[in-house]
Design a protein around this ligand. Sequence first.
Ligand code: F6P
Length: 348
Amino acid sequence: MKIGILTGGGDCPGLNAAIRSVVRKALASGHQVVGIKNGWKGLMSLDIIPLDLNNISGILPRGGTILGTSRTNPYKHSDGEKKILENLEKEKIDALVAIGGEDTLSVAYKLYKAGVNVVGIPKTIDNDVRGTDYSIGFDTAVNIAMEAIDRVHTTAESHNRVAVVEVMGRHTGWIALYSGLAGGADVILIPEKPFDIDQVCKIIEKRHARGKNFSIVVVAEGAKFKVEEQVDKDGTLIVQDLRVDEFGHVRLGGIGNLVADQIEKRTGMEARATILGHIQRGGSPTAFDRILATRFGVKAIELINEGRFGVMTALQGNEITEVELYEVVGGLKTVNPELFEIAEVFFG
Ligand code: F6P
């Protein structure tokens, strides 16, 4: 069989480990593999390269993706699907492995319904893909954020400040919750639970009253003020949602500054925001992500060998399994409320 592999959406550590695993298992199963450059974009323009043991050598610990990636969605182009079907036919690609988040996997599902033999692998530092406990990249991002929180901790303590650490997570608060729990945050703010800024300040003031001269607030970039909290103490509108510019690019660094600003105004304590941004998506993957990616890659080829398509590899508990793509697409996996309640025990 000739198998095509692509990475779509935002990059993350562990993609190369997955590519390596898919290629090695596919070659061992007697298949041929081609890499599709820059996600679905490369399948529309037929930008492909052969993949063999030589060009995947040494990529296991490397961040990013040797194939490149893009957020191109062929279904937003009038002839996108047609082009892809023609190109798959032309190149005689029998099966596709699509590594991506919800958007990439939605395209994979639509192509499957159009007759393409496709298997998905979940990746996103946001960990919001349904049907799997973990996605490639999440563990690394959490560890990077945790280390940053630890570092910010010591300087906040020295300066008697409130440190606000903004982490990624546009729609869900998995990184904020995990890194906040691991880093001992005093408050964690997530998109799933709009927050009351006065409540946040109360927690900080209570800490202050018991002699703690600093606080750590972890905020997901997609966290939101409660509607009634949109106006600050002076009656000025708190500006939010400046995160997508006129080109549709996501601009990071909005909410962290707003929260720090409001805390300073309302409590009189000095506050500083640290925006972690793309640092969370760069560099070498953790052992967990390397192993997860490797297990997913092997499973994807096993599924292809069994003729099982329209599915995604998944981690459930400690088991690698598969889920139907239709169960994955059309929504996101939001933060587990019980876990958030555990985090709340440690607020303040
Ligand atoms: O989906 C992953 C993610 O890192 C989000 O957490 C973040 O909002 C977004 O991508 C940033 O996108 P870009 O790299 O396109 O600016």
